[in-house]
Design a binder for this molecule. Structure first.
Ligand code: 6PG
Length: 260
């Protein structure tokens, strides 16, 4: 397996780099499955937040091959585009086709964001669903694992650079206007930073040369200014793991000493 190097990249932040996207997907799937197995053994239930975008498709497809007690796993989404669930841009559809249709997850374990509704209503309903599932609205839900990708502009979930949504501190789910690239330019529904940062573990899966400069910027410990949404991910008590392919990590090479 092509782990080139893996090391700590700060307090409770880990960084692993793989030779190519194929190795990255395989290793990410293995790690996610072993976290689910561990969580099920310890807690009897696992809360998994799925990412949208295209990078996780092959990760999900490999996860679907694992034999485990999927009936105890609950799937959520970190963000959704406001399109119907069968639309090609739907994050729900991507997760369904690459993972959910291939495993035995009971219908009641699938907690999708209703992208077919107006964003504000879908956000409100999802917030209520999280409150009902986690049984409290006092503190943000504690997800066992949140999977995220990073956009070519450094966004995560649907939290875009300079968006007021980044400053949300009360609500767990928010409606986000999205009228400028990256596409698709449709309204979004996104979890807020407090939810991401309350998770037990966050895994960021990033692939491709187009993201190399942002990866370098995000992992530059000398830069105190939090310009990119991805830099705002700092789990309070949890762990953050960056999983990259060599293309996405290519500009990090001469920064190795800074990453210890
Ligand atoms: C979305 C996303 C978004 C995505 C990144 C990476 O709905 O747009 O959830 O945050 O994860 O943009 O997307 P790619 O994997 O397609 O590059």
């Amino acid at each position: 397996m092509g782990v080139m190097w893996a090391r700590k990249a700060g307090r409770d932040t880990h960084l692993s780099i793989f030779r190519n996207k194929q190795d990255l997907s395989k290793r990410a799937a293995e790690e996610i499955i072993s976290l689910i197995r561990l969580g099920l053994a310890e807690e009897g239930r696992f809360t998994l937040m799925l990412s949208g975008g295209s990078t996780p498709k092959s990760v999900y497809a490999q996860m679907a091959r694992a034999k485990l007690d999927w009936a105890k796993v609950h799937a959520f989404w970190g963000d959704e585009r406001c399109v119907p669930p069968d639309h090609p841009d739907s994050n729900y559809r991507m997760g369904k086709e690459s993972l959910l249709d291939r495993i035995h997850l009971p219908e009641e374990n699938i907690h999708r964001i209703r992208g077919e509704l107006p964003a504000a209503q879908a956000a409100q309903e999802y917030q209520e669903e999280l409150v009902a599932f986690f049984g409290s609205q006092e503190r943000p839900p504690y997800f066992d694992l949140i999977l995220l990708g990073m956009g070519e502009d450094g966004h995560v979930a649907s939290l875009f650079t300079a968006s007021p949504a980044l400053e949300e501190s009360e609500r767990w789910v928010i409606a986000v206007e999205h009228k400028q690239p990256p596409p698709p330019m449709v309204a979004r529904v996104s979890i807020s930073l407090p939810v991401i940062n309350a998770a037990k573990r966050v895994i960021l899966i990033v692939s491709g040369t187009a993201k190399a400069l942002l990866v370098k910027q995000a992992l530059n410990p000398e830069d105190e200014e939090l310009r990119l949404p991805v830099q705002r991910i700092k789990p309070v008590d949890g762990e953050l793991e960056w999983m990259l392919d060599e293309d996405a990590a290519r500009l990090l090479a001469d920064r190795k000493p800074n990453l210890t």
